[in-house]
Design a protein around this ligand. Structure first.
Ligand SMILES: *Cc1c(COP(=O)(O)O)cnc(C)c1O
Length: 353
């Protein structure tokens, strides 16, 4: 499918003149800085935060570019990947006119962002075992369909979606295809970042919130063609990533070994939790997972969810979500947390089945 980004963009975004910040006009580090109305004396904190941060986070992007083996011009950084999701709507979806394709059960923010941006959603459910219905997806879109959201590994089911089917969709869908790889570090399959050269309409989302243990800092990544990245940069708030986040994450990227150790622990715990759960009477099914959580089916899940909260064990109740009837989503915790969860669940099931 040939791809014309300019035709896909909302006309006023195509023609938008972006805000130019003080730090856009002069980006050197030496000088007498009287351009940005900052406090010249410093901050009221131990560390100084008085200067505006780099609006394009170049140092951080250079480091990420090395790690992900692509050019830094193909990286957008957002205040969480949720910011990138919202910006994609704002760039491509004319409110009340355009639509996006969602594949439920999937990550809730796509639908919420669609609502905020007054954009209709067309839902094509996954199969019973949470795989793509490619033919149905290709039948469902129309000339107003701007974005197709594919979450792989999928939240809340946990499994990776079939790589070849995803690739077929990227080839045939005439708009932007977003592959949300928030859980990429927990999966064994290859990331779609490797396919960016091949597909101009591909946007891959990743985040520092899960494997890296930096959810509170709010940093998400979008990888795409240089053209798409330029659009996102044009419409983002000028200083969307705080200086503290930029320096902290730059430091953290020197600690990849530690991240890998934590991921290895989580994967080991995932195996353990799965085999323990499968041995419990009353657990109907534990779904396959390439992520840091398991989707678990039990009878009367909503009641279990409520009762476990009373016991201070907090899970995510997905019972009311399409294809997830009576399912709870449990994040892989520490060994100790998982033991507490298992013992509370066993206890509940023995009293309630
Ligand atoms: C957790 C999660 C995100 C991460 O969002 P951030 O805003 O980066 O914290 C994105 N997509 C999916 C599917 C997720 O589960």
């Amino acid at each position: 499918m040939s791809f014309d980004l300019s035709a896909l963009l909302r006309p006023h975004i195509r023609n938008l003149k972006p805000y130019t910040s003080a730090r856009d006009e002069y980006s050197g580090t030496e000088g007498v800085f009287l351009d940005a109305n900052e406090n010249p004396y410093g901050s009221i904190t131990d560390e100084d935060f008085n200067r505006y941060p780099d609006p394009y986070q170049q140092g951080l992007k250079d480091r990420i570019a090395k790690i992900r083996d692509l050019d830094s011009s193909r990286i957008f950084l957002g205040n969480g990947s949720d910011e990138a999701i919202d910006l994609l709507f704002r760039a491509f979806c004319n409110p009340g006119v355009d639509n996006v394709i969602l594949l439920p059960p999937t990550y809730g923010m796509y639908g919420v962002s669609a609502s905020i941006n007054a954009t209709e959603t067309i839902s094509v459910p996954l199969t019973e075992d949470f795989q793509l219905q490619s033919e149905k997806i290709l039948e469902a879109f129309n000339e107003k369909s701007k974005i197709l959201f594919i979450c792989s590994p999928n939240n809340p089911s946990g499994n990776s979606l079939n790589h070849d089917e995803i690739e077929k969709l990227i080839k045939e869908f005439p708009g932007i295809v977003v592959i949300d790889e928030a859980y990429v570090d927990f999966m064994s399959e290859e990331s779609f970042v490797k396919k960016l050269d091949e597909f101009q309409n591909l946007v891959v989302l990743q985040t520092f919130s899960k494997a890296w243990g930096l959810a509170s800092l709010r940093l998400g990544m979008a990888f795409a063609s240089e053209e798409v990245i330029r659009v996102l940069n044009k419409i983002k708030p000028p200083y969307n990533i705080s200086g503290l986040t930029q320096t902290t994450v730059l430091d953290a990227l020197g600690n990849i070994d530690q991240m890998k150790k934590m991921v290895a622990n989580i994967l080991e715990q995932r195996n353990h939790l799965r085999s323990e759960l499968e041995s419990i009477d009353g657990v109907i099914k534990v779904f396959p997972s390439d992520a840091n959580f398991l989707l678990v089916k039990i009878a009367n899940a909503s009641k279990a969810y409520q009762d476990l909260i009373e016991r201070k064990v907090i899970l995510r109740n997905r019972s009311n979500v399409m294809l997830c009837e009576d399912c709870l989503r449990v994040t892989i915790g520490t060994a100790q947390e998982n033991e507490i969860f298992l013992s509370e669940l066993k206890n509940w099931l023995s009293k309630n089945s």
